[in-house]
Design a protein around this ligand. Structure first.
Ligand SMILES: Cc1cc2nc3c(=O)[nH]c(=O)nc-3n(C[C@H](O)[C@H](O)[C@H](O)COP(=O)(O)OP(=O)(O)OC[C@H]3O[C@@H](n4cnc5c(N)ncnc54)[C@H](O)[C@@H]3O)c2cc1C
Length: 620
């Protein structure tokens, strides 16, 4: 029976049958875990998501956050959810026990995050940002800073944020104006305004720790002159107790389209000249340090796309099985034909396949990226480590942009499955869409992510990260090309992957020839093409595993004819699951991958119409 949020069988499939994360148990860092332990943890996370977090979804949206007398309150139901989440040790589950975590592999932490995010992403923002901010102090803080802030943040006693954006500095952080003035004791006076700060103020915890980008007086302009500071909402005394308020004032909160339970605040630092911050790491290293949190947040935002998509899909399938409308197409004009459930209509099946195949491919892609982090942690050689980290560096922007974009389209398709009811607040579909839309914008818009992928990602380590990824895809193609059932689809993947690899080289050549506008203008299209190829690769790879398992079930149950196999799939859940995984790969190859080569050719036409347009012609 579906939990209406996430297909946990598919989570297990990706983790253990596709990626084989059990290999991690052979390493010192994860030797104390077994597959059963991890499955039990995921079961607990599912219970938390279904019983504790999901009930806050609609209520939190309806109540929203409130701003009164300079203070922000979150939806009331979030308090109990936060308490249970924190008490369960979920906030730092992926951190080592020395800092209060459970030492879980990142791949499992991602699966937990998918469950909680699918239940209510607005809620997930609070622990997500707290974890990221604590992680900065973990990596770059002094022992004193860790003792003062980090442990309490990982324990969920205090919360955290990330403060980059200012009214005049959004995508372009060169323009950050917040300043830091040296004090005699080595601390700094912080002055400036940050806007759009998620979890910027709330009443879930008595203190909030803000990592703030600011420029020390006299430091150069641009991102090279930016440092990062730990700025608590309430000052912390030497004995760890809370002291005076730190002159961090909330100017207001945004009234938004979605994620209404997540407070998005404007914060004024040092309105009264009394906001004190501590330098984190070295001076002028702010961007380098903040990148750790930005990358974590980008992956989290990509996961948000998967979260919304999977919840939307699980609802859509159930609805399609229940909603009776229209006769079966095969009944023709039979006047006695009875209307059927809409899942019988070919166009609804196409929509559901589109949703399902994208979701499964994105899940494999997201968990693969998390698994890269695990593998880099346990790598035995520098080269091995660099290769795993290389995948992570290359794929972070793709996960962010591709999964948030496709996640939104999956939600939109889910709404279409519901028809008019999907557009109405009585059903959750419209909220999934509203909540998901922001994921294409924040943490760097998808346009900017695509430029980062093309401008930096593809060329990293002299192009080795990209070459390694294409080599992985080729390995899969070689393995699957002769496959009886999937060979044809693998050939489609091969054509698509080759076209994408050639386009990468075409970009390099265009850049060398001085035509750098070609990759810039087409960066978004490249990101989408690359994402499609990756998703197709992971789907074919997973389908190879699934087809083998399905064949074994058929054999064990004596299903040796197509009729018997069809009957078996109807009442054997495992057989149905594997059958569905194979179907996803076939569908995606034909529906999406067949278009890749033509899209690559279109990019190569070097059409510059958008650049040739006069501003006057854009709006008459
Ligand atoms: C709900 C919400 C929560 C947020 N949470 C946080 C948070 O916790 N912390 C934080 O620091 N910020 C946060 N933000 C800010 C968010 O990251 C920014 O809104 C985002 O990075 C875009 O900046 P901007 O809104 O100023 O848009 P702009 O930078 O003005 O961009 C407008 C458009 O121009 C495009 N554009 C800009 N520059 C270029 C370029 N060089 N080339 C091509 N296209 C370009 C953009 O892609 C975009 O389409 C949040 C925003 C929202 C709405």
């Amino acid at each position: 029976m579906s939990n209406l949020l996430v297909n946990t069988r598919d989570q297990e499939f990706v983790l253990f049958e596709q990626l084989g994360i059990d290999k991690l148990f052979e390493t010192e860092a994860f030797k104390d875990f077994t597959k059963d332990d991890l499955l039990m943890i995921l079961k607990e996370a599912e219970k938390l998501a279904v019983n504790v977090i999901a009930p806050t979804f609609a209520e939190g949206d309806k109540e929203g956050c409130k701003f009164k007398d300079g203070k922000v309150s979150v939806p009331k139901c979030f308090h109990e959810a936060w308490k249970k989440y924190v008490e369960g040790g979920w906030l730092a589950a992926g951190e080592s026990p020395e800092v209060g975590g459970q030492g879980l592999p990142r791949s499992i932490a991602f699966a937990v995050s998918e469950l909680v995010g699918a239940a209510n992403y607005s809620f997930q923002m609070y622990p997500g940002l707290t974890h990221g901010a604590a992680g900065l102090i973990h990596s770059y803080g002094t022992e004193e800073q860790k003792n003062k802030y980090m442990y309490k943040m990982y324990a969920g006693e205090w919360a955290g944020t990330m403060c980059l954006t200012e009214p005049g500095a959004g995508s372009d952080l060169n323009l950050v104006k917040t300043t830091a003035k040296r004090l005699p004791d080595g601390k700094f006076l912080i002055t400036g305004t940050k806007c759009f700060i998620s979890s910027g103020d709330h009443d879930l915890t008595p203190n909030i720790i803000h990592p703030v980008l600011a420029r020390i007086e006299g430091d150069p302009p641009g991102t090279k002159g930016i440092s990062i500071f730990i700025v608590p909402k309430i000052r912390v005394n030497d004995d760890g107790s809370l002291g005076e308020p730190n002159d961090v004032n909330t100017g207001g909160i945004e009234h938004k389209m979605g994620i209404k339970g997540s407070a998005t605040a404007t914060l004024n630092f040092g309105e009264n000249g009394k906001c004190i911050g501590e330098l984190l790491g070295g001076e002028r290293e702010g961007m380098k340090i903040m990148f750790q949190m930005m990358n974590e947040a980008r992956l989290g935002t990509g996961l948000q796309g998967l979260d919304s998509a999977t919840a939307s899909y699980e609802h859509a399938v159930q609805y399609a099985k229940e909603r009776i409308q229209g006769n079966d197409i095969m009944a023709g004009k039979d006047p006695n034909a009875k209307p059927v459930a809409i899942i019988n209509h070919p166009d609804i099946r196409r929509k559901l396949m589109w949703m399902k195949s994208h979701i499964e491919g994105m899940r494999s892609l997201c968990y693969f990226v998390a698994y890269c982090m695990d593998r880099s942690t346990v790598s035995k050689t520098e080269e091995e480590k660099a290769n795993w980290e290389g995948f992570l560096d290359l794929l972070t922007t793709v996960v962010k942009a591709y999964c948030s974009d496709k996640g939104l389209l999956v939600c939109s398709t889910g709404m279409d499955v519901y028809g008019g009811y999907g557009y109405c607040q009585e059903y959750p579909m419209e909220q999934y869409m509203r909540d998901e839309k922001i994921a294409t914008i924040y943490e760097g818009t998808n346009g900017i992510q695509s430029l980062t992928l093309v401008g930096r990602g593809l060329g990293q380590r002299k192009g080795m990260n990209a070459m390694n990824m294409f080599a992985e895809i080729q390995k899969n193609i070689k393995k699957m090309k002769e496959h009886k059932e999937l060979g044809k689809h693998t050939a489609i993947l091969e054509e698509a992957s080759n076209a994408c690899a050639e386009l990468t080289m075409f970009f390099v050549q265009a850049g060398k020839a001085g035509n750098f506008l070609l990759p810039i203008l087409n960066a978004y299209k490249f990101m989408e093409i690359f994402g499609d190829v990756l998703v197709g690769h992971f789907l074919i790879d997973g389908a190879g595993v699934a087809a083998e398992k399905l064949a074994a079930i058929y054999k064990a149950k004596g299903a040796d004819t197509p009729e018997k196999q069809k009957a078996l799939i109807k009442d054997d859940k495992e057989a149905a699951f594997y059958f569905g995984r194979v179907a996803s790969a076939k569908f995606f190859a034909v529906e999406i991958l067949t278009t890749v080569k033509a899209r690559c050719e279109a990019v190569k036409m070097d059409d510059k119409t958008p650049l040739e347009m006069s501003e006057e012609a854009f709006a008459y």
